[in-house]
Design a protein around this ligand. Structure first.
Ligand code: GAL
Length: 819
């Protein structure tokens, strides 16, 4: 077939452990499960970032993608919202989540922490902790240690009661205490060093019977395993020759913040990093995130972390497979599994093959071997000779040879199927249906500016926001009055620790100020016109997720800290110790306007003219459930900043008017060379996010209630609902593809050496038509193929095969092998 290939475009439409006790130990080479050293692929899936109804499908896709382990943090602040009162329901049903993983036959790595980081509000710490007298977080401090110990023990006991540790026949094979403390330990002095020892002893005393890890913690005491986090971990060496090389966070992309472009990580680089890790003796590897999901409600950390936690992960925010990322990594996992027995038992021999070129060979007894051939140069492709044979190695790539002869995988050669569309611009991929929203007229409620209840209080100082609101709301009103002896112009300078503030002078909007994720502080400087006599100044300070990272992050403040008025003669008056009246939250929040039982309340106004571009307003309408079973999202591009609820469930904070800088993006990022979180970004000059995931199970048949709290001004009449009605998948295979795909084809006839490709559609969808098939040298890319100069019509053949397979596989995930 030479360079000719078969290209297909297929359109599809809807349609472990089992209770046996096992021991888990480790040695220098690997985790040892039931006496057997294992090479393990793991992926992070945080249970509250999806709904319980989504969990089985996500985990099944992770299993099919070649994972052995699901990793999650435990989110203390939602499990113990009030000291001593626990919550493990709904999205926070940890036991159900662990059992769901067990049902799929996968292992669990439970990162109990209890510090999580994770771009999660306050890093997972409950806010009430902050108010315990004398407390200091994450160091040797009695009050903190007492609470931490109680919570870690609570989680371990819960897992034990449910028989979820491996020794009890459960899926948990690994546990984590703390999280990346080594990055901040310097800031805590001797207290920090002692705290590491104490945390380790506390964890070990709980007798979980599984090994504990501490990530990014080079001084982790024995027998705790110190593990690596980063974009690459091939050069990592554990702090004892008796410990295996474990990678707990390999970033599949990066998190998104309001005001930032969308980060992505090319799969060729991700696969390169993973292959290099195993080439260099790695044994357990975890994708952070394998499924990122959504920061529903006010769970997002801060400052300014966005609602989507998609992370460019192999499974996208909606729970759909992201191709070719998922498929390419699945192929890599298969290739590494084929080397497992060599990697865990063999002697390792390193061999240079030239500049930036090397081989790492693993021998089993008897001389059989598996090899990794690497070209870690970022620009020059190379031909290398290994054991007398010539191999082509593209720059920044690793080839895997499980028998030291045949290359079954190269990280730079992506033969996995592709999907049309971009999950960040539309739910899932392909076949998007955009529906206009409103089935009933809009109603609204305009909130009072400034103090709105008698629960306000007065101080003669500017208060720190988080200590004042206790994070019961994003909002704190700072209200004061400015006396002017005559009508005059002046300059107002407001300084804030963050994260955003809307300023009203005499009840009219004066200015909006905001910071950004890396520095949420900001100043507002405005020329103002004062009336003679009393002028009101009302500032609503807004929090967008409580800080989750950094040394002493728990005491980082927010809110207004300085207000100065200068008249045109430059006479300054400091309003710091003026009489300030405070009000926590907004009027609409206290009325509970997001509640479904208030949907018919007379609080809501209706009229001929819908107020748009109005600050501090609540909107309400309904929408019909989009037909089908496809994922749903709301397009909030026309809105300003706020929060949205569907049938009383918060789908998160939105901020459509905060555009990212206009430069620094590329749609075609060169995967070669060292990756970092800023290297590959999309959507410059645009909002970080306009589509907001509404889980299917939060929507019911018929009319659904949508409520929005708009803080700065938007136009709800332009909101639309999106659903996915179809999926389009494509694949390309040619004789040049050296991958003998029969290795991963179940029940394959191993004598078949034809190159093959597997086309798969997500669960619930089935193949209904084949749009394009060509055997020859077709051109173009997924969604835009054209016939080449040489072409044999393969369409009818492929149609017959596919539609036949579709009928016999209707009830399961539909996939097909073509060669
Ligand atoms: C790590 C941290 C994770 C997450 C990640 C960035 O430092 O351990 O929890 O915050 O960074 O997404």
């Amino acid at each position: 077939m030479g360079k000719f290939g078969l290209i297909l475009l297929v359109i599809v439409v809807y349609g472990v452990l089992g209770g046996v006790s096992v021991t888990v130990t480790y040695d220098s080479k690997a985790l040892v499960i039931d006496g057997r050293r294992r090479i393990l692929q793991s992926g992070s899936v945080h249970y509250p970032r999806a709904t319980p109804e989504m969990w089985p499908d996500i985990i099944e896709k992770a299993k099919e993608g070649g994972l052995d382990v699901i990793e999650t943090y435990v989110f203390w602040n939602y499990h113990e919202p009030v000291k001593g009162q626990y919550y493990f329901e709904g999205r926070f049903d940890l036991v159900r989540f662990v059992k769901t993983v067990q049902d799929a036959g996968l292992f669990v790595h439970l990162r109990i922490g209890p510090y999580a980081c994770a771009e999660w509000n306050y890093g997972g710490f409950p806010l009430w902790l902050h108010f315990i007298p004398g407390i200091q977080f994450r160091t040797i401090n009695g009050p903190f240690q007492a609470e931490m110990e109680l919570f870690v023990a609570k989680i371990v006991d819960l897992m034990k009661e449910e028989n979820l540790f491996a020794s009890q026949g459960g899926p948990i094979i690994l546990a984590q205490v703390e999280n990346e403390y080594g990055n901040v330990e310097w800031a805590y002095g001797v207290g920090g060093e002692l705290y590491v020892k104490w945390a380790a002893e506390t964890a070990l005393s709980l007798n979980t019977s599984v090994p504990w890890v501490m990530c990014s913690q080079s001084d982790a005491p024995d027998p705790i395993i110190n593990t690596c986090n980063g974009f690459y971990c091939d050069t990592f060496i554990p702090n004892s020759p008796l410990k295996p090389k474990i990678w707990t966070e390999d970033y599949t992309g990066w998190f998104l913040s309001f005001g930032y472009p969308v980060p992505y990580r090319p799969v060729e680089d991700l696969a390169f990093a993973v292959a290099r890790f195993f080439e260099k003796g790695g044994t357990f590897h975890n994708y952070y995130m394998y499924f990122g999901g959504t920061n529903f409600g006010r769970t997002a950390g801060g400052p300014l972390v966005a609602t989507s936690y998609d992370y460019d992960a192999p499974i996208n925010e909606y729970g759909f497979i992201r191709q070719p990322k998922w498929g390419h990594l699945r192929d890599l996992h298969m290739a590494i599994k084929h080397c497992e027995e060599y990697l865990v038992s063999g002697d390792h021999v390193h061999q240079s093959l030239g500049i930036n070129l090397e081989a790492d060979v693993y021998y089993k007894t008897g001389g059989d071997c598996a090899a990794f051939l690497a070209n870690y140069g970022s620009s020059v492709d190379a031909n290398v000779t290994f054991k007398g044979k010539l191999y082509f190695l593209p720059a920044w790539s690793v080839s895997v040879l499980p028998d030291c002869k045949k290359v079954i995988f190269n990280t730079a050669k992506v033969v996995a199927q592709k999907s049309i569309g971009d999950a960040k611009s539309a739910p899932g991929t392909g076949g998007v249906n955009e529906l206009s929203l409103s089935t009933s007229p809009w109603s609204w409620y305009i909130e009072k500016v400034g103090v709105w209840s008698n629960e306000s209080f007065t101080e003669t100082s500017l208060l720190e926001q988080i200590s004042t609101t206790k994070d019961t709301s994003d909002f704190l009103w700072y209200s004061t009055s400015i006396e002017a002896d005559e009508k005059k112009d002046a300059f107002l300078l407001i300084q804030s620790l963050g994260h955003a503030a809307l300023v009203f002078l005499n009840q009219k909007v004066l200015a909006l100020g905001y910071g950004y994720h890396d520095d949420a502080s900001f100043n507002i400087s405005e020329k103002i016109s004062l009336e003679q006599g009393n002028n009101t100044l009302d500032i609503i300070s807004m929090l967008i997720g409580v800080q989750n990272y950094g040394p002493w992050f728990d005491v980082m403040g927010a809110g207004i800290y300085s207000v100065i008025l200068a008249d045109l003669k430059n006479t300054k008056k400091d309003y710091l110790s003026n009489k300030w009246t405070y009000q926590v939250g907004t009027e609409g929040e206290s009325l509970g306007l997001d509640r479904t039982d208030l949907a018919n309340s007379s609080l809501w106004t209706q009229g001929a003219y819908l107020p748009i571009n109005q600050s501090l307003i609540w909107y309400k309408s309904t929408f019909m459930d989009p037909k089908g079973k496809g994922p749903i999202s709301l397009n909030l591009a026309s809105m300003g900043k706020g929060q949205a609820w569907v049938n009383g469930q918060s789908i998160g904070r939105y901020w459509s008017t905060y555009l990212s800088p206009s430069t620094g993006c590329t749609d075609h990022c060169d995967y070669r060379g060292t990756y970092d979180a800023q290297k590959c970004q999309k959507k410059c000059g645009q909002p970080a996010q306009v589509l907001y995931h509404v889980p299917r199970t939060w929507v019911h048949a018929g009319e659904n209630l949508l409520v929005l709290h708009e803080e700065i001004g938007g136009d709800p009449s332009k909101i639309s609902v999106l659903t996915q009605t179809g999926q389009a998948v494509c694949g390309h295979v040619s004789e040049d593809d050296s991958i003998p795909v029969d290795l991963w084809k179940p029940n394959s006839d191993s004598t078949s050496q034809n190159p093959q490709i597997r086309l798969t559609c997500d669960q619930g969808w089935k193949i209904t038509s084949v749009r394009f098939a060509s055997f020859g040298n077709p051109k173009g890319d997924c969604g835009a193929f054209t016939y080449g100069s040489c072409h044999t019509d393969a369409l009818s053949v492929v149609q017959q095969v596919l539609l036949f397979v579709c009928i016999i596989q209707q009830h399961r995930q539909t996939s097909i092998w073509l060669s």
